[in-house]
Design a protein around this ligand. Structure first.
Ligand code: OSB
Ligand code: MG
Length: 375
């Protein structure tokens, strides 16, 4: 197939409630959306970079630059058959996984539509078992002004049917929070995410958490680190999960080789897209390391992609994939995603491609900047 035209959008949508982490606060979520057109079809992708370099060095601004000046010219007006070819096409650009992933996702969407398959079914091609039809999910709750408010929000989500809760922590807002959550909810499946706000010298904080029966502890140490995490892992009982430091399948291999973690949070964007994300999944599966699908407050486009990925066999822990109404009052795509409260799952789209339609009126209402690239 030949890509004849690519549309790039920079959008901003108000979040239902502010999202506060150890690296910053978001009230409105900016991101880029991309539409690739060819063979009478359109494929969509989302670039989950934020407006400031808090989670990653990439921002909506750097991603716009890398996409428009390098990545889009590398695939516009050129022939490709399968989405797995895209990552090699981009090997001349070092880094910038979030920008690359947007086009990789669009390539999965458009080729799955061509094949009459859902992205989930296309991704599941290599496995004997097909994709799961429903994916276990949980919520990721940002830092709240008080512990009481956190307990209240946990209660609300648990009552809605979410079976796994993740809480953001930062220095000074950690042990006491975990203690009170465990006291208030003795059976709750809950975990913590430090987003790289701690150092190895803070190990005592995490040792003290051994008694709280946490599902896991996510990325407490530096965003580039795997070595200190391997050291921390030896002195705590809680399973350790990496997010930020796993940039690629190779990084997953290195981390597992040195015993840096027990679990990996796979965000397709962080590893340059769905092809590489599946590779990380395969490496982990081979070593019997469980994985789950992380989130970046995606729009419906990104969320559809998360669900497709999380339907693969190695995704055994609940993902950070919540219902649309947790993030946005309206969204740029339909249908919106809802929780199946009886088993804390979301149903994986099974229509061709990602299985969502973009609402163009809504898209134009939230667009800050748009550009069309043609040959
Ligand atoms: O560390 O997992 C993270 C959101 C933005 C950036 C980083 C993270 C997150 C989340 C939210 O935890 C997950 C979601 O609900 O999309
Ligand atoms: Mg995380």
């Amino acid at each position: 197939m030949i890509i004849e035209r690519i549309d790039l959008y920079h959008i901003s949508q108000q979040l239902v409630s502010p999202f506060v982490t150890s690296f910053g606060r978001e009230d409105e979520r900016q991101c880029l959306l991309i539409a690739v057109h060819g063979a009478g079809l359109t494929g969509w992708g989302e670039c989950v970079a934020t407006s400031w370099p808090g989670y990653s060095y990439e921002t909506t601004g750097t991603a716009w630059h890398i996409l428009s000046d390098f990545l889009i010219p590398a695939i516009l007006d050129s022939e490709f058959q399968e989405p797995e070819e895209i990552i090699d096409r981009f090997s001349f650009v070092r880094g910038h996984p979030l920008a690359k992933a947007a086009l990789d996702q669009a390539a999965w969407d458009i080729t799955a539509k061509r094949d009459g398959l859902s992205v989930a079914a296309k991704l599941a091609g290599p496995y004997e078992e097909g994709p799961r039809q429903r994916v276990k999910v949980g919520v990721s709750i940002g830092i709240q002004p008080t512990i009481d408010q956190t307990l209240e929000i946990i209660r609300r989500h648990r009552d809605q049917g979410y079976g796994r809760i993740k809480l953001k922590i930062r220095p000074g807002h950690d042990i006491e929070l975990a203690r009170q959550v465990r006291l208030a909810f003795p059976e709750l499946m809950f975990m913590l995410d430090g987003n790289s706000a701690y150092r190895l010298s803070d190990s005592a904080i995490f040792k003290a958490m051994d008694e709280f029966n946490l599902l896991m502890l996510e990325q407490p140490l530096d965003y580039e680190d795997i070595y200190d995490h391997s050291q921390l892992r030896q002195v705590i009982k809680t399973p350790l999960c990496l997010d930020e430091s796993i940039h690629s399948a190779d990084h997953a291999r290195y981390a597992l080789a040195i015993g840096a973690c027990d679990v990996i949070n796979i965000k397709p964007a962080r590893v340059s897209g769905w092809t590489e994300a599946r590779e990380v999944h395969d490496i982990c599966r081979q070593l019997q390391v469980p994985v789950w699908c992380g989130g970046m407050l995606e729009t419906g486009i990104g969320r559809a992609g998360q669900l497709a990925l999380a339907s693969l066999p190695g995704f055994t822990f609940p993902g950070d994939i919540s219902a649309t109404d947790r993030y946005y009052l309206e969204d740029i795509s339909r249908p919106s995603f809802t929780l199946n409260a009886e088993d804390s799952t979301i149903t994986v789209p099974n229509r061709p491609g990602l299985g969502v339609e973009v609402d163009h009126n809504r898209l134009s209402a939230v667009t800050l900047r748009a550009e069309i690239f043609t040959v």
